[in-house]
Write a protein of this length. Sequence first.
Length: 210
Amino acid sequence: MIIGDALQNMRSVLEHLAWGLAFKDKGGEPSRSTGFPVYRTESAFFEVNKKTGTYSSRSGAHKIAEITNTKARAAIQGLQPYKRADPNEDWLYILNELARVDRHQSLSVIRAVNPSATYGWRKRGTRSAFVFDPSVIRRTDILLLQPFEDGAVIAHFRFNEPEMEVDFQSPPYIAFRNEGPAKSLHVLHTLKSIHRHIDEVVVPKLERFF
């Protein structure tokens, strides 16, 4: 619930920005269609209704139609995921998808193998410290970001010597399970990164228009 609240609050910040810009330009309350668009393709942002020849009600352009300041509209367009090399890695797109899943379905998280996991080995039966000694190992395969649960295979080690035992330490790492572009991303890092993007990128680009 806390994760969902954080996502919805940040998504609402974007909506309030668009609403505030439209209110300022219109001099009154905007229509319910006004909102902050988040689109991963330019064609969807500028989708046109074939019957009317105007922007489709599903388009991003329609959502900001009541923002008459052309520079403000251009700034919002410049923040769109489709402007990035990989829209799936854009923080606004990740926020939009996570918030959508939270509204209509249910977010799921897992404890996963931490990319910062540490490990070492020693000869079985000895009391020596576990050490990372590459001279005795032939292959290491760590299954990063896999579910860290009872019975799960999280790593493969192949040694040159028999009877080796491994000490594997994975600090707590809570990740999104199947949420589209957020799959396997660290939950807290993702929330902080989205918040930072809004605070340091989105707001500074739009606040001058108020």
